[in-house]
Ligand binder design. Structure first.
Ligand code: NDP
Length: 273
């Protein structure tokens, strides 16, 4: 019987994951089926249970269920535990394993696809929601010089920094948007949902060092407002489409034991945006 996988979210209609995993399956010769499953907002656990009963072997978890997936997982990977969120489920007959591949996806996109070193860099992470939490641990593992977290709600940024203080007290700091004035960063990562609202986070001008990269986790056919603002200030820009494909490749590796090549899948997705 063909192994079944799915992306589970609400909403889920917009998800590109079925196309990505179908392309990975073709390229690696794996026989899998990959569906979109819309779970009711109050019915995530039931949706996972019925998918499991119908032969589901794994799932990608998207908004708003990543924290619920964390609580539902019987076993957690280290990176899921650090993130406090799960974006990938491996469904075994006896247990559900929760993993988080978002941070590894971002790091792969930066290092491999964009050729941007992280070690020794001054990073500004804007946002302190689920995505910021997911990428912070893997970013810190790459030994940047500093990571400043700035968020609209300062308390949430402080909470996130406190969560990682044990492993990176010397590297991590919290900054208000105003306090960033006069500072320079090599990599600025927009992990806010501001682009969804068609706006850029309220960052001061001139925060980009020479040759800096502005990376928006959100992706779109053109520049997001954050990317447009950064480009106007001379930064190079990238969106999160590469991260999306790389996090999926990590999930595919967990499920199928083979990490698919990503370049042609990323190119095809970019053309289809
Ligand atoms: P959350 O809802 O958990 O967090 C939202 C964050 O955005 C908070 O820090 C919030 O600040 C901030 N925010 C929202 N609106 C604004 C605004 N108008 N101005 C400034 N800050 C704002 O969302 P996620 O962390 O799950 O997702 C964030 C983004 O990352 C989304 O765009 C999502 O699509 C993208 N993403 C991309 C992935 C990829 O593979 N490319 C993977 C995962 C996420 P506050 O705390 O003050 O409310």
């Amino acid at each position: 019987m063909t192994d079944r996988y799915a992306v589970i979210g609400n909403p889920v209609a917009h998800s590109r994951s079925p196309d990505i995993h179908a392309a990975f399956a073709r390229a690696t010769g794996q026989d899998i089926e990959y569906l979109k499953l819309l779970a009711p907002l109050e019915g995530f656990a039931a949706a996972v249970a019925s998918f499991r009963e119908s032969g589901g072997r794994g799932a990608s978890i998207t908004v708003p269920f990543k924290e619920e997936a964390f609580r539902l997982s019987g076993v957690l990977s280290d990176r899921a535990r650090r993130a406090g969120a799960v974006n990938t489920l491996l469904i075994n007959p006896d247990r559900i394993v929760g993993d988080n591949t978002d941070g590894a996806g971002l790091v792969s996109d930066l290092l491999q696809n964009l050729g941007i070193a992280i070690a020794g860099k001054r990073i500004l992470l804007v946002g302190a929601g689920g995505a910021a939490r997911g990428v912070l641990g893997p970013l810190l593992d790459e030994k940047p010089a500093t990571v400043d977290i700035a968020n609209r709600s300062a308390a949430r940024a402080a909470e996130l920094a406190a969560h990682f203080a044990g492993v990176a007290a010397d590297t991590l700091a919290v900054a208000s948007f105003a306090a960033l004035s006069g500072r320079r960063f090599d990599i600025v990562i927009n992990a806010t949902a501001a682009s969804l609202a068609g706006v850029a986070p309220d960052l001061p001008e001139a925060i980009y060092a020479e040759g800096a990269l502005a990376y928006d986790l959100m992706y779109s056919s053109g520049d997001t407002p954050f990317m447009a603002q950064a480009r106007a200030q001379g930064a190079q820009v990238a969106d999160g489409l590469g991260m999306l494909v790389e996090q999926a490749a990590e999930a595919f590796l967990l499920w199928r034991g083979v990490r698919p090549a990503t370049a042609s899948v990323l190119q095809a997705l970019r053309r289809a945006l």
